[in-house]
Design a protein around this ligand. Structure first.
Ligand code: C2E
Ligand code: MG
Ligand code: MG
Length: 697
């Protein structure tokens, strides 16, 4: 810290010393000047007194001095008168000597007679006076050699030299008057000591006071600096703590912000993505497509929407469970995102429905290439949970702006096109055409016509024979529904059965077919024609109805047909879709009704399922029979189905047998029964009877 005390005490000591010295010198100077002036005025007053009293003698002495020696001067009467007169005048005054000089600097008269006759022209003050100017000087006079009795041994005299004569002209002489100022000087010196003492005292006191003040100030400064130091330290600690606090708060805030952002982006992600596959969801897709359409309309671009539906996904999901189903969907999503280059966006709309968007479409070929790429992504099987799952995709395509200018229209039309693709079989794509909409409308029309068909007796049951493979004996017949509509003509079941299933019409239709078939068999029997067994196709929707078995029981009771002569054909999907299929089938079995697994080989029945199923018969699907003699793979499948059936003790019937070659192969493979055009198409009951009763009899 700055040492104010040392600095200030040194500086003020120097300043006080200096100012005291200067003051002393000035005081002395002023005092001497005052003294000189005072004494000089006194001397001049004395001179006037001398001139008044002895002016004549003085003038005469001067006038006559020239050419006289000192004795003559001493002896001159004027000198004697002066001596006596001046002694009187000087009596009681401080004037102690008078000397008169002539123009030549010769002492012509002096109160000290020894000086008379001396020439003192060399003295400066004398020359000044001769030039006409009064001057004074303080001289020190030693008593040695002095004649005056009044003088002290050492005295201080003030001598004043005054020019005599007419002012303005050269002086005729000079009068020197000496005044004793010893006492005066002594008192002056005394007062000088006193003043010096007082000054030293005052300055010393001031110095001390200053020192005290400065020392206090230094103390205050030290205290303040200490308290500043303390405050600074405290402040630093506080600032430090506050900084830490702020940093912590900042970190917390940052963490919170990051968390919130994460939560927001998660929410956002969830709102716009399918949680299972991570693909865009329906909402995201719609928003994105809307933007694309606006953009495309402005740039006059075309945008393709590809509606992808997985074939057989439902079967996988039903037979292998939802976990595998979910994994499969994820694998499909990954496959689509990775392998399909041309996609601008892919989304999952739900279930097994995926959708792709292709922007800035130049030609339909480009879209077709994309569709083929999508289909190719399903070429190799998906390996999930130890299963190799073969899937395929059906794709419906709509293109903006031709097939619709809104997201809704494009989606609906792509969906319509997808149904068309599905109808073409597995792994196909189809562009939307306006006819499809017409067809959709047609479907609606068919549906409404179908509702009336039952009441209008437009429906009939045809029968197709099933024969023993070894001897061609009639062992049964499959009842196949026919609809002869006045408006539509003959409508194939593949066209109206799915519609009836969708609309729920299949329930009354199915019941009707069952009743009609049973009734027919019993009617024939009464007429002497015995059909050993009749097969009726059963829809999933029928089996799902809780009252189905009671209904069936009622029909059997009503018609009187023995349950063992009724066979129900169910597809694998029936087994997989209906919740308690095993229980229901078991009940049917207990009633004595026969069960056949229709279209066998096209679904996903697992062996373990198959083993537990209470069915007696497998129906090898026509698609394999077609391959006989042409496709060794189909033949191999037929062999393995036969092996499987043998080991599980199922009967096997082959459907769609059209040629002798097929019949021979199937018989050779061990197939028990045959059904197909080779042995007869499905025909009306009358025709069937006339054909087969002949053979029977
Ligand atoms: P499905 O049960 O597999 O019936 C066999 C189909 O193959 C019948 O077609 C039959 O006419 C046909 N078919 C039989 N032999 C041959 C052949 O040698 N060559 C060819 N090309 N085809 C042959 P249909 O009658 O058109 O019936 C088609 C499908 O409609 C049936 O397939 C069945 O799933 C369904 N269906 C028919 N009637 C009913 C019914 O009353 N109820 C239910 N739920 N579905 C029915
Ligand atoms: Mg069938
Ligand atoms: Mg079939």
């Amino acid at each position: 810290m700055f040492n104010l005390f040392r600095y200030f005490s040194t500086l003020s000591l120097i300043l006080i010393g200096l100012s005291a010295g200067l003051l002393g010198v000035a005081y002395r100077e002023i005092s001497v000047r005052q003294l000189t002036t005072l004494a000089e005025e006194r001397n001049m007053a004395m001179v006037r007194v001398f001139e008044n009293a002895h002016g004549d003698q003085l003038a005469s002495l001067l006038a006559t001095s020239l050419g006289r020696d000192s004795d003559m001067l001493l002896e001159a009467p004027e000198a004697r008168e002066l001596q006596a007169g001046l002694a009187r005048l000087m009596q009681g005054t401080a004037t102690v000597g008078v000397t008169l000089y002539n123009r030549l600097g010769v002492v012509v008269f002096a109160t000290d007679p020894e000086q008379v006759g001396e020439i003192r022209l060399g003295e400066q003050s004398l020359r000044t006076a001769l030039a006409g100017t009064v001057s004074s000087d303080l001289i020190r006079h030693d008593s040695v050699g002095s004649t005056s009795a009044r003088r002290t041994s050492r005295s201080d005299l003030l001598a004043t030299w005054l020019p005599l004569g007419t002012p303005g002209q050269a002086a005729e002489g000079v009068l020197e008057v000496q005044q004793d100022v010893t006492g005066f000087l002594a008192s002056f010196r005394r007062s000088q000591w006193i003043v010096t003492g007082v000054l030293v005292g005052v300055f010393g006191f001031l110095f001390l006071m200053q020192l005290l003040v400065v020392r206090r100030a230094q103390g205050i400064m030290r205290e303040q600096s200490r308290s500043i130091e303390v405050s600074r330290n405290t402040l630093e600690v506080q600032v430090d703590a506050r900084t830490q606090e702020l940093r912590r708060a900042n970190r917390l805030l940052e963490g919170e912000i990051a968390e919130r952002r994460q939560a927001e982006s998660k929410l956002n992600y969830l709102a716009y993505h399918d949680p299972l596959t991570g693909l865009a969801n329906r909402r995201y897709f719609i928003e994105r497509l809307e933007k694309s359409l606006v953009d495309a309309a402005r740039k006059r671009h075309r945008v393709a929407v590809l509606f992808i539906d997985l074939d057989q996904f439902k079967q996988v999901n039903d037979s292998l469970g939802h976990v595998i189903g979910d994994e499969l969907l994820v694998a499909v999503a990954t496959g689509l995102s990775e392998h399909v280059r041309l996609i601008d966006m892919i989304a999952r709309l739900g279930g097994d429905e995926f959708i792709c968007v292709m922007e800035a479409v130049r030609t339909d070929d480009e879209v077709a290439t994309l569709a083929r790429e999508v289909i190719a992504a399903f070429d190799s099987p998906f390996r999930i949970g130890g299963h190799d799952l073969y899937l395929s995709a059906s794709i419906g395509i709509s293109v903006f702006p031709n097939d619709g200018d809104s997201v809704g229209d494009l989606l609906r039309n792509a969906d319509t096109a997808m149904y068309r693709a599905k109808a073409m079989g597995r792994g196909h794509y189809h562009f939307y055409t306006p006819e499809m909409t017409r067809e959709a409308q047609e479907r609606i029309r068919i549906e409404s016509l179908l509702r009336r068909a039952l009441d209008n007796a437009e429906l009939s049951v045809h029968l197709q024979p099933q024969v023993d493979a070894r001897d061609g004996r009639l062992v049964g017949a499959e009842a196949l529904l026919r609809w002869n509509s006045p408006e539509l003509g003959e409508v194939p079941p593949m066209r109206f059965i799915p519609l009836a299933e969708d609309s729920g019409m299949i329930i009354p239709l199915g019941d009707w077919v069952l009743r009609e078939s049973c009734r027919q068999v019993m009617a024939w029997e009464e007429g002497g024609f015995v059909l050993p067994q009749v097969s009726v196709n059963l829809s999933v929707k029928q089996l799902e109805r809780p009252e189905f078995i009671d209904n069936l029981q009622a029909i059997l009771n009503e018609t009187g047909l023995a349950p063992s002569r009724l066979k129900l054909e169910i597809t694998e999907s029936v087994v997989m879709t209906v919740d308690n299929a095993f229980v229901l089938l078991d009940r049917l079995r207990r009633l004595g009704i026969g069960l056949a697994l229709d279209d066998f080989g096209t679904g996903y029945s697992s062996l373990s399922y198959l083993k537990m199923l209470p069915v007696q018969q497998l129906k090898i699907d026509r698609s394999f029979v077609v391959g006989i003699g042409r496709n060794s793979e189909d033949e191999a499948i037929i062999h393995s189905v036969m092996a499987l059936a043998n080991s599980l003790e199922f009967d096997v019937v082959a459907e769609g047998v059209e040629t002798e070659e097929q019949a021979t192969f199937l018989t050779g493979a061990g197939c028990h029964q045959l059904q197909g055009y080779l042995h007869g198409r499905a025909v009306p009951a009358g025709e069937f009877r006339s054909r087969w009763s002949n053979l029977l009899t």
